[in-house]
Design a protein around this ligand. Structure first.
Ligand SMILES: *Cc1c(COP(=O)(O)O)cnc(C)c1O
Length: 302
């Protein structure tokens, strides 16, 4: 049986670095809201925050079953594939990434890293990529060709929930609401599953038309209800990977108040949305909020 603690130490995962720290912003003082941030971006210099949380027990599952080849899918800038490739490289496990769309003439820094870390890359058409999204089980068809272990896009598997829940154990202060950015919603599902019923989780969708999101989260949680979680769809800024000048200047302004790096795909949108809701008095005075910084900063490079 592989020892997951030993694996974390081999990889250099450092939960002590992922501190909870206070956020300064004029909107907070004015509305008497207490906001802290859980710095999961500091969990590891390369393996981006929530991607390790989601992969931890998926990896253990694969290794326990004796699999030596992990197969997954993602876009050109995928934080998930970036984390997976590095894990494979450090642990000497084969990895394959099925990448959305045509191979670009020149590699961006994410793709260059994937190659450097020995990930086998295969570029698939956008329509074939969409088809791949239906495969959820670890023994799914696309991995069979490689005799490998399938990991759905973004690491969205049931195994992911247990690793995500560990974030909560590292939060040593009381709070009313926990907020985070959503792509597949797997991180939100893991949080909601572990959260006491007296507390709420609020996700901010990074995608436009994320109608699938609530359904997918319910599927992961194997429930019909939404007792302690919800998703806000008002701050996607035009869709995934889309930004506006307003969002970029918000991120710059946020960084002038706090020494915390943000990227515009997920955490910038989440914090913009959260502070906007606070400004519009959607939380009672004295409310305690913890935002989870899910990382993703590698995607900030060209
Ligand atoms: C992947 C990612 C998310 C989305 O996580 P889901 O579990 O897919 O909802 C959020 N933030 C960052 C930085 C990410 O890389």
């Amino acid at each position: 049986m592989p020892d997951i603690q030993e694996i974390e130490s081999t990889l250099g995962i450092n939960t002590n670095a992922a501190i909870v720290e206070p956020i300064q912003h004029p909107v907070l003082a004015y509305n008497k809201i207490d906001l802290h941030i859980k710095r999961d971006d500091l969990l590891h210099p390369i393996i981006s925050g929530n991607k390790w949380r989601k992969l931890k027990y998926t990896l253990l599952h694969a290794l326990t079953k004796g699999h030596g080849h992990l197969v997954s899918m993602g876009g050109n800038y995928s934080n998930h594939l970036h984390a997976l490739a590095y894990i494979g490289y450090k642990l000497n496990i084969k990895t394959t990434g099925l990448i959305r769309g045509e191979q670009p003439e020149e590699d961006n820094q994410t793709l260059a890293d994937l190659k450097k870390w020995g990930m086998n890359l295969e570029f698939v058409t956008r329509s074939a990529f969409r088809e791949l999204r239906k495969y959820r089980g670890h023994d799914a068809e696309p991995a069979k060709k490689y005799n490998g272990f399938w990991i759905p896009e973004g690491g969205a598997s049931h195994d992911a929930l247990r690793g995500v829940a560990e974030i909560l154990k590292e939060i040593d202060r009381d709070f009313d609401t926990l907020t985070l950015a959503c792509g597949t919603g797997t991180t939100l599902a893991g949080i909601a599953k572990a959260l006491p019923s007296t507390k709420k989780a609020l996700g901010f969708s990074a995608l436009k038309g994320g109608g699938f999101l609530e359904k997918d989260i319910k599927k992961l949680l194997r429930t019909k209800g939404m007792p302690n979680w919800s998703v806000n769809f008002d701050y996607h800024f035009g869709g995934f990977a889309k930004t506006t000048d307003e969002l970029i200047s918000f991120i710059e302004e946020f960084q002038s108040h706090n020494n915390i790096p943000l990227e515009p795909l997920y955490n910038g949108k989440m914090l913009f949305g959260l502070l906007d809701l606070i400004k519009n008095e959607r939380f009672k005075k004295g409310h305690n909020i913890i935002a989870i910084h899910t990382g993703g900063l590698q995607g900030n490079r060209e």
